[in-house]
Write a protein that binds this ligand. Structure first.
Ligand code: ATP
Length: 243
């Protein structure tokens, strides 16, 4: 399995304060599902911001899709971003666009023919239970409805990497289950999925998911599964397991 993201000794500091994230070294594998957990303030959103390129690290190296992000030219970043679907904690819907046009946005940005946009957008809105609200502006939608529009927008372009920040925080358990099913389906098509959540109930739903746990800006990785390169003892354990 190829890795799609690799962090080496990454740190993030906002302004002149202490580091919010420290010594992050891990890789994310293509087609794998990850849950990111940890207490409030541990740095989950900050780590996701590094993943969806809204923050640059203060130190260390990040490789994504085989390229070094830290040294990449700024004009390369939009091309990277088009490969990443993001469900923001505060949704970040475009206020003057309808639910339909918000969901259509990634397809239009990627230059998909206008005649090929309506069907998938309607299908996606139906999946998240909003087929009747296609023409509604975000301000007229409830928090949970806005969240579902945000999710539909994040997944419609079948991104290589999906990053979701508490994507089920505003919906009931039944809808949470349905949305997770959507992520799972996308993951089965090859998208690497990273979901930050406090919802322990969700974690048990994807049996193949790996856990990433942040505590005060550091990743605890008891299994060594995220470590790159593997520690010698992980390598020998893996060899023992395969014999
Ligand atoms: N733009 C910023 N400027 C300064 N400090 C920030 C900024 N964003 C986050 N922080 C600080 O970084 C730390 C980690 O915040 P972050 O939002 O990443 O945590 P979190 O694990 O996502 O929390 P929660 O679960 O409550 O959403 C917090 O102490 C926060 O105050």
């Amino acid at each position: 399995m190829a890795n799609i993201v690799q962090f080496d000794n990454v740190g993030l500091r906002y302004g002149t304060g202490a580091e919010t994230l420290s010594d992050l070294s891990f890789s994310l594998m293509r087609g794998q599902f990850y849950f990111l957990t940890g207490p409030s303030g541990a740095g989950k959103t900050s780590l996701l911001k590094l993943l969806y390129l809204s923050q640059r690290p203060s130190r260390g190296q990040i490789r994504m899709f085989g390229e070094d992000l830290v040294t990449a030219r700024r004009d390369r970043l939009p091309a990277f971003r088009r490969r990443i679907g993001v469900v923001f904690q505060d949704f970040q819907l475009v206020p003057h666009l309808s639910a339909f046009d918000n969901v259509a946005l990634p397809l239009r940005v990627s230059g998909v023919d206008e005649r090929e946009i309506a069907a998938p957008v309607r299908e996606m809105l139906a999946w998240v239970g909003l087929e009747d609200r296609a023409s509604a502006r975000p301000a007229t939608l409830s928090g949970g409805e806005q969240q579902r529009v945000a999710i539909a927008r994040a997944v419609i372009g079948r991104p290589d990497l999906l990053v979701a920040d508490e994507p089920t925080g505003n919906v009931d358990p039944e809808m949470a289950q349905r949305l997770l099913h959507l992520f799972d389906g996308l993951n089965r098509l090859g998208t690497t999925v990273v979901v930050a959540t406090h919802d322990l109930h969700l974690l048990s739903r994807i049996g193949t998911a790996q856990m990433m746990r942040l505590d005060r800006g550091r990743l605890s990785d008891p299994t060594g599964a995220l470590r790159y390169p593997p520690r010698p003892e992980d390598r020998s354990n893996a060899m023992k397991g395969s014999s």
